[in-house]
Design a protein around this ligand. Structure first.
Ligand code: 5GP
Length: 187
């Protein structure tokens, strides 16, 4: 059976670190590269981290029904998962791994149903999340404020996921994820 694993979390929950860990640990997994209209940050690379596309290109793909799901994650910043990306990964005989926002994660679970394992990564607290975003040093104060407010709302959707992993201790969270993925891939 073709399978997918969905990682969602309020940003700053350490989700990206855990997705990277999963990819390094399981050669059976392949990352689904999303499209986004935001600008690349730091050393992000086009076609590796995201397909960085213009709002016009994004709208074109919407009209072609090219996305499994898409969201305006932040004002005027669109993110979407391409159907073609999922097909490509399945054709490679791999399990798809998604790093998406909470609403996107819920949409993907509804779409893929039993083919999907949806994992919600929960930060230990909102204060800790704010501290992590500040330490990451990639966003300005206004962006951090927006993200923290959004995170508070997103926490309420945790119950809609198959499993919740609390990322208080990174090694423990990694261990939980390793076990979850191992049993999902095997069955
Ligand atoms: P960032 O701008 O920090 O890379 O991502 C912001 C948020 O958008 C993160 O929660 C990330 O997981 C989410 N995201 C990335 N790709 C997609 C996608 O294809 N669909 C949805 N719904 N969210 C996405």
């Amino acid at each position: 059976m073709n399978k997918v694993i969905i990682f969602s979390a309020p940003s700053g929950s350490g989700k990206t670190t855990l997705v990277k860990y999963a990819l390094e640990t399981f050669p059976e997994l392949e990352f689904s590269i999303s499209c986004t209209t935001r600008q690349p940050r730091g050393n992000e690379i086009h076609t590796i981290d995201y397909h960085f596309i213009s709002p016009e290109e994004f709208r074109q793909k919407i009209s072609e029904d090219a996305f499994v799901e898409y969201e305006e994650v932040y004002t005027d910043k669109y993110y979407g998962t391409l159907k073609s990306e999922v097909e490509k990964i399945w054709n490679n005989q791999k399990v798809v791994i998604f790093d998406v926002d909470v609403k996107g994660g819920i949409s993907l679970k509804k779409y893929f149903k039993d083919q999907a394992l949806s994992i919600f990564i929960e930060p230990p607290s909102i204060e800790e999340l704010e501290r992590r975003l500040i330490n990451r040093n990639t966003d300005d104060a206004e962006t951090i404020k927006t993200r923290v407010e959004k995170a508070e709302e997103e926490m309420s959707y945790a119950k809609d996921f198959d499993v919740i992993v609390i990322n208080e201790n990174l090694d423990r969270a990694k261990g939980e994820i390793k076990n979850l993925i191992e049993s999902f891939i095997k069955n």
